[in-house]
Structure formats: structure tokens, C-alpha cells
Design a protein around this ligand. Structure first.
Ligand SMILES: Cc1cc2nc3c(=O)[nH]c(=O)nc-3n(C[C@H](O)[C@H](O)[C@H](O)COP(=O)(O)O)c2cc1C
Length: 199
């Protein structure tokens, strides 16, 4: 990307950087991103999730709606996502409002998951206290026997969230900390304003 003559629209750059990360990074989870949420007191929390979809509407990840992040996303309706690729000296930050993806979109993705992961989605009471490993394994066995010989349906609490980008920032590392940064801000009419930032 030419940071002095940036494209008017950041979406194609996101796609290009995601695919370059897939091709050029040796790490297995180049599509991992840090997701920040806030609770109802404004206290932040951060954790990793995996990017499972991206288009003009924004990035999508899947999780348990009853988890800490699910509760906080439903409460604040806001999220911040951060990708970092050490080998490329790049990061992308995407901030925006969140929405739950359609049941069809979530069902379509759920059916592509390994059966063990589908069972795990039912078996795990994500983010709640768990007494010991045996309790976890017993929960998995219970779900396995419930769905033996049949497809595992998507649990209603297992959903996708899409972050509707309100801002997208690209960061490319440079020598002596003279990094290149570009901040795109979404306008109401669907266009973007872009601004170079000091590193
Ligand atoms: C690389 C990586 C990818 C992860 N991807 C996901 C994911 O896509 N969805 C998810 O629910 N948890 C994922 N996790 C686990 C979360 O980081 C987190 O521990 C879990 O979702 C509970 O978060 P919460 O208690 O803040 O809701 C991932 C963890 C790592 C290290």
C-alpha cells in the first residue's frame, strides 16, 4: 500500500493483508485476532478469537453468546479487533458496532466444523466455573450419546458476531519507529475518510 496515496476504500486492503498473512506467515493461526469488549462499568477485557468471515459488512467470528464476551457484546454493542502479524510488521485495528449474524449464516458455518467441535459447542458452559476436567469430559460424553448417529444441530447460544467497521487502522512497521499508519473512518453515506497518523 502507498501510505501517501492511499486507496479510497480500506476493504480491499484488509482482504489483501489477510491473504498475504495466510500465504507469508509461518504461524498456523494467521487469522487470529484480539477481541476487546467492555462490561457495563466500562472495564475492558481482551481475548483471542478466529476470523471466520470477512466482506464489506465487516469481520465475523463465532462464540458462545452466554460467555463473558457474548454478554459484553450484547450489552455495549461495541467491539475492537486487532490483528498482528509479526513477520510482516503489520497490524490492523477494526472498531465498530456489533450485530449477530443470521441463523442461516451461523448454521452454514456450524455444519462445516468438525463433529468434535460441534459437540464441544453444546458441552461447554463457556466462561462459567468448571469444577474439574472429569466434569468437562462427562459433559462431552453426554452430548455425544445424545446425538449418536445423527447430525449435531447448532446450539442456539452459539452465534456469529459481525463487527460493522466504524474505523479501520493500518499499521506498517518502519525503521527507527517511523511506522506508517492510516486511519479510515466510515461516513454515514458509506464512503470513508482517510488520514495518515504520526507513528
Ligand atoms: C488463537 C485462539 C483462537 C481462539 N478462537 C476462539 C474463537 O474463535 N471463539 C471463541 O469463542 N473462543 C476462542 N478462543 C478462546 C478465547 O480466547 C477465550 O478464552 C474464550 O472464548 C472465553 O472468552 P470470554 O470468557 O472472554 O468470553 C481462542 C483462543 C485462542 C488462543
Amino acid at each position: 500500500m502507498n501510505f501517501d496515496s492511499p486507496p479510497a476504500d480500506p476493504i480491499a486492503t484488509c482482504e489483501a493483508w489477510f491473504s498475504e498473512a495466510r500465504e507469508r506467515c509461518s504461524v498456523p493461526n494467521s487469522h487470529a485476532m484480539a477481541l476487546s469488549t467492555v462490561d457495563d462499568q466500562g472495564r475492558p477485557s481482551c481475548r483471542m478469537v478466529l476470523l471466520k468471515g470477512f466482506d464489506r459488512r465487516g469481520p465475523v467470528f463465532y462464540t458462545n453468546r452466554q460467555s463473558q464476551k457474548g454478554i459484553e457484546l450484547d450489552g455495549s454493542q461495541q467491539a475492537s479487533l486487532l490483528f498482528f502479524w509479526d513477520e510482516l510488521e503489520r497490524q490492523i485495528r477494526i472498531n465498530g458496532s456489533v450485530e449477530v449474524v443470521s441463523d442461516k449464516e451461523a448454521d452454514d458455518y456450524f455444519t462445516t466444523r468438525p463433529r468434535g467441535s460441534q459437540i464441544g459447542a453444546w458441552a461447554s458452559d463457556q466462561s462459567r466455573p468448571c469444577p474439574d476436567r472429569e466434569t468437562m469430559e462427562a459433559s462431552v460424553r453426554e452430548v455425544e450419546s445424545k446425538y449418536e448417529g445423527q447430525p449435531v444441530p447448532r446450539p442456539p447460544h452459539w452465534v456469529g458476531y459481525r463487527v460493522r467497521p466504524e474505523s479501520i487502522e493500518f499499521w506498517q512497521g518502519g525503521g527507527f519507529r517511523m511506522h506508517d499508519r492510516l486511519l479510515y473512518s466510515a461516513e454515514a453515506d458509506g464512503t470513508w475518510t482517510v488520514c495518515r497518523l504520526w507513528p
